[in-house]
Design a protein around this ligand. Structure first.
Ligand SMILES: *[C@@H]1O[C@H](CO)[C@@H](O)[C@H](O)[C@H]1NC(C)=O
Ligand SMILES: *[C@@H]1O[C@H](CO)[C@@H](O)[C@H](O)[C@H]1NC(C)=O
Ligand SMILES: *[C@@H]1O[C@H](CO)[C@@H](O)[C@H](O)[C@H]1NC(C)=O
Ligand SMILES: *[C@@H]1O[C@H](CO)[C@@H](O)[C@H](O)[C@H]1NC(C)=O
Ligand SMILES: *[C@@H]1O[C@H](CO)[C@@H](O)[C@H](O)[C@H]1NC(C)=O
Length: 254
């Protein structure tokens, strides 16, 4: 079991392929989803790089997570003139959180830009926090950074969401898939946890051309919040019509 993952894309130049100020399904599906899948699979990272980019190198692999060790990777894509940092998800987390999330969200930490984070900093949350952190420290500006996450859980409280929105603005997209339950945890009623901007909601099987809703808001009933009860782990496992972990293990080749 696994699945939520996260990707995080630093651009070394302000523009590549035109402006990044809006959501790109092509980048999400063809570049950052494969890197997320690669981060799940320690052994197939180079195959994923070869099958995704013409000219890219692995910089490093890292171990992250406290519930179970999983992998994060950093990559240079020379053609994109970009550094990509991708975080894998956690299978154990996904299993446990649907049974009883409270113990895993309890230990809050403060974010240097304001607000509190939940105690479960993994996958999509890691990417979200990392992006906000490097902007807060002034290493990059928001126009140089692109954050895409897949099935991200709520990562902090409302103060964190406000800080994140101010730091990243239109450079941040949380991609959610139909009945994926993970974006609904922890619940808003658990200590005021709140999403940050912006959400891209696919209320379909994510085949190209099926379309999506964009909600330029922290929380919106026009996107996944419109589903009150979501319990499809399958929708958490599949993004853009691939089972993310399997896709990674197979070298990001269909
Ligand atoms: C990836 O490509 C590089 C350079 O062409 C090659 O050396 C390496 O063996 C390839 N790795 C995999 C796993 O395909
Ligand atoms: C990846 O696997 C190698 C051995 O196959 C291991 O030594 C290394 O610690 C692993 N790295 C991560 C980040 O899991
Ligand atoms: C939360 O903090 C308590 C007390 O420090 C510790 O015992 C517990 O393991 C922590 N829980 C997690 C999920 O880190
Ligand atoms: C963050 O948590 C600390 C300790 O629980 C609390 O004192 C503080 O008010 C919280 N901050 C926000 C912005 O909620
Ligand atoms: C995805 O949904 C479309 C429209 O409902 C359907 O035509 C297509 O067969 C589905 N594809 C997959 C792979 O399930």
């Amino acid at each position: 079991m696994m699945k939520f993952s996260a990707f995080f894309f630093f651009l070394s130049t302000v523009t590549i392929h035109g402006s990044y100020a809006s959501y790109s399904e092509d980048i999400a599906k063809n570049k950052l989803l494969p890197m997320s899948a690669a981060a799940y699979s320690n052994s197939s990272v180079n195959a994923c790089l070869n099958n995704t980019f013409k000219n890219a190198q692995l910089i490093n692999k890292y171990k992250t997570g406290f519930l179970d060790p999983h992998t994060a990777i950093s990559v240079i894509s020379n053609d994109d003139r970009a550094i990509i940092i991708a975080f894998g998800g956690s299978s154990i987390f996904t299993d446990l959180v649907l049974v009883d999330s409270q113990p895993y969200f309890g230990n809050k930490t403060q974010f240097i830009g304001g607000g509190n984070l939940t105690g479960h900093n993994i996958g999509g949350s890691f990417a979200s926090i990392t992006a906000a952190y490097v902007l807060k420290l002034g290493f990059y500006t928001s126009s140089q950074v692109l954050l895409y996450t897949f099935g991200q859980p709520r990562t902090g409280d409302n103060a964190f969401a406000i800080a994140h929105d101010q730091l990243l603005g239109a450079s941040s997209y949380r991609i959610t898939h139909r009945q994926d339950p993970i974006p609904h945890v922890p619940q808003k009623t658990d200590d005021g946890y709140y999403h940050h901007e912006n959400e891209i909601f696919y209320n379909n099987n994510m085949t190209t051309g099926e379309g999506y809703a964009e909600c330029d808001a922290d929380e919106s009933s026009s996107c996944s919040d419109g589903n009150l009860f979501d319990l499809s782990i399958d929708d958490h496992r599949h993004y853009f019509n691939v089972e993310v972990a399997k896709f990674g293990s197979a070298g990001c080749k269909n």
